[in-house]
Design a protein around this ligand. Structure first.
Ligand code: MG
Length: 218
């Protein structure tokens, strides 16, 4: 069983499913040549893909083009199905920063073939999360800076309010598609600046005032 650590508390929350949203920042959709969606793009990662800050990201044998995607991650604290916006807001327990590691070469092939993204998104170590901060201890304003650096060079740096669909709208929409439950975590999409990592790289990701994580690629 994998557990989310909540900062400033002894609480550990067992992780449920990992739901991800794609193309939630206009400039990122454009950099990959995608149209900006009317509704968020949704996919899942298996629980087995999850690691934590300080763990190693392992390059799978079937890719030569693993990309970093830094994202705000939401933690769900109660069952919600077909929730309205305020119920969706209430269902969010807290926030962390995460990496949606993506095999871009594999994903591009899958896209061409019209196949699901599972292989490009669900490999071991593809989902990385920090410790989470409880909403009780911190109110997210969306003015926070989200950033990622590789070996000290800033690659992604954006303000959270550039998200097309803010957190509560994402949860509201997802809850219309599938029941969300306590312990589920939601990756909310990446800003522009995604790029390739290689073995030996050190990744540092941060959302100001919220959380940070550190991982090495091997
Ligand atoms: Mg992503």
């Amino acid at each position: 069983m994998k557990n989310i650590t909540i900062k400033k508390s002894n609480q550990k929350v067992p992780v449920g499913k990992i739901v991800c949203v794609g193309r939630n920042y206009t400039e990122h959709a454009k950099e990959l040549g995608n149209v900006v969606p009317e509704k968020p793009i949704v996919f899942l990662k298996p629980n087995s893909s999850l690691i934590f800050s300080g763990d190693k990201i392992v390059y799978p044998s079937f890719s030569n083009d693993m990309h970093h995607e830094v994202e705000l991650v939401l933690l769900i604290n109660e069952t919600i199905k077909d929730g309205n916006l305020s119920e969706a807001e209430n269902a969010i327990a807290g926030y962390g920063v995460g990496l949606d590691m993506t095999l871009r070469d594999v994903q591009n092939k899958l896209k061409e073939q019209g196949h699901p993204w599972t292989i490009a998104k669900g490999f071991d170590t593809s989902a990385v999360v920090s410790d989470f901060i409880s909403k009780k201890d911190y109110a997210l304003t969306l003015e926070e800076q989200i950033s990622l650096s590789v070996n000290g060079d800033i690659k992604q740096n954006e303000i959270l309010n550039k998200m097309i669909f803010p957190p509560a709208e994402i949860v509201e929409y997802l809850s219309s598609l599938m029941t969300l439950e306590k312990g589920d975590i939601i990756f909310t999409g990446t800003p522009k600046g995604v790029g390739k990592v290689k073995k030996g790289d050190n990744i540092f990701a941060e959302i100001s005032d919220v959380a940070e994580l550190n991982c090495k690629v091997e």
